[in-house]
Design a protein around this ligand. Structure first.
Ligand SMILES: [Zn+2]
Length: 272
């Protein structure tokens, strides 16, 4: 299956080297919203949607805190909608969207594809629909309430490299799998996509910086670690899953390529 690597939302937080960029803490440390567009047998599949057209039209949809911290560029050319069109596809060709989770920087474009079914872990959909007070700021009702077709996926299925796996989609011949990686949110998942060289595992926000899953072991810059700590819903699960991903990269790095949502270095490497 052909996979396109899209950046559906450039963000310009400050933090310099502490946030994975360069220089002093007030320097910009660029971040992206790495999404996948898969040309599957049954039409196009999007993995995450980044920021959407409605977010650009009304940035208040994203909330003040998110905008102040991440300083998104909000460029129409970066929306998944525009990039799908620029690649020569019709919007209705996007038949399926698989969401790693429903945080506002991943779910903004859901409503730009009204013909698509949105596949998401049942625990994540339940968190987004009935958030606790801690979860309330991360899920934006305006992004989610207009989705026409949800497919809430329950845990089950076969194992995949030792991870519990859930067959995500019909029409992809088991080539797109949902892999529960809870911690950042209640129902956070990775999405495994079969490619010519083996598998591509989009890990969403299970980690934020490539050093965290480096086979030789590494630590993310301090600012990123602090953010992960502040944002996680289940710390023990997040840390356990990061450890398992590092082991996966160590043992099976030749057949499974790991990427995450916000690391521009990984995005550049995938595009190269
Ligand atoms: Zn995110």
């Amino acid at each position: 299956m052909r996979v396109h690597h899209l950046n559906c939302g450039s963000m310009c937080p400050r933090g310099g080297r502490l946030a994975g960029g360069k220089g002093l803490p007030w320097a910009i440390a660029p971040m992206c919203c790495h999404c996948l567009l898969i040309e599957a047998e049954d039409g196009l599949v999007l993995v995450d949607t980044g920021l959407g057209v409605e977010d650009l039209a009304d940035p208040k949809r994203l909330g003040l805190l998110f905008r102040a911290l991440t300083r998104p560029r909000l460029e129409m050319a970066e929306t998944a909608l525009r990039q799908v069109a620029d690649l020569g596809f019709r919007i209705d060709d996007v038949r399926h969207i698989v969401s790693t989770h429903l945080d506002l920087d991943h779910a903004g474009g859901l409503t730009d594809f009204p013909a698509a079914t949105v596949h998401v872990h049942a625990a994540e959909l339940s968190a987004a629909k009935q958030p606790t007070w801690r979860e309330r700021a991360r899920y934006r009702r305006a992004q989610l309430e207009a989705v026409r077709r949800w497919d809430a996926i329950e845990v089950g299925g076969d194992r995949w490299f030792g991870f519990m796996s859930v067959r995500a989609l019909s029409g992809t011949r088991d080539d797109v799998l949902l892999i529960p990686l809870a911690g950042h949110t209640r129902g956070h998942c990775g999405v495994a996509v079969r490619i010519a060289s083996g598998w591509l595992l989009h890990c969403g926000d299970a980690y934020f910086h490539h050093s965290e899953v480096a086979p030789k072991g590494g630590r993310a810059p301090a600012g990123i670690r602090a953010f992960e700590w502040l944002a996680d819903i289940d710390r023990a699960a997040r840390l356990m899953n990061q450890k398992r991903l590092t082991e996966l990269a160590l043992k099976h790095g030749h057949e499974v390529r790991l990427v995450s949502s916000h690391d521009p270095a990984e995005l550049a490497a995938c595009r190269a």
